[in-house]
Design a protein around this ligand. Sequence first.
Ligand code: GLV
Ligand code: MG
Length: 356
Amino acid sequence: MRSAKDFFKPLAVGAPEPVREIPVKPSRMIHFFPPSIPKMVAKVPDIAPTVDILLGNLEDGVPMADKEAARAGLVEVGETVEMGSTQLWTRVNSLDSPWCLDDLTTLVTEIGDKLDVIMIPKVEGPEDIHYVDRLLAQLEARAGLTKPLLVHAILETARGVANVEEICAASPRMQGLSLGPADLAANRRMKTTRVGGGHPGYLVRQDPPSGSGERGPDHEADRTTYQQDLWHYTIARMVDACVANGILPFYGPFGDIADTVACEDQFRNAYLLGCVGAWSLHPVQIGIAKKVFSPDPAEVAHAQRVIEAMGDGTGAIMLDGKMEDDASVKQCHVVVELARSLAERDPDLAAAYGFR
Ligand code: GLV
Ligand code: MG
């Protein structure tokens, strides 16, 4: 184990000092684009101002034959597109792939000063983060970077979930985690065949009417079923591991692009459980993430009322028939602080919240 005293020393001579706090910036959506497709690259200047995070994807979804073109396309974006306050991230190929070493070497040395975060897929344990940590330090030193790159890991293997706390704590570079439901389902041998979201077969059923003695398929229609969330356990575990280590949790992809309603539901479950954002795989999901991960103006107004009514924030009061105390006012501060940070980036939200 590394001594606490050494944790914030650069891992290579000439590399920048590690950060002590992960910057909390608006991160409602990580919008994926394929840099291997020139038509998509051409749209980047228009899309960038509409999202909090733009991610050049080099991994799954990019055909093998296009891996090098994707890397080159992202370098071009980094060199030519003015990102303003939008963060630029990449998802590199997995550590065991033939492309990862060149992905990291090329991106850090050519556009390392333009990238904020590097997403590493299929992280299994802290040893994967230690490898990336040292390699990034060497490459940062070679590139003469003054700001360290941060690392985001995708939680998409059973071993990764089992080691989630150690992954979060493995390096001061760790910025956050995303749930990767598609790979995780495959790795766990879940019997789903979809990218994220619920499944109609994962349910519980109301008890039979008491004393009816009726059982079996003929009577099942009389008994209400409730679909359950396949991802509840993993998201909750991920949120706890992230918060315990001062890093940020995200929901990942929702593959049924046409089902905007279920996408919104899945994103909202993640938001309510503590996630800061989700992936958007299509422009239609940008608006969904923006809506869900920005607190509702009515909630913000309520939270401000509680804060106001609670004075110095201690004790207990009754407001609209409900008890409020030190703990509920803390929840209200979470909502108002998020609203304030989003309002700084988004004048429409500032107006909706009544902030000036
Ligand atoms: C994302 O990469 C996933 O596998 O869901
Ligand atoms: Mg995956």
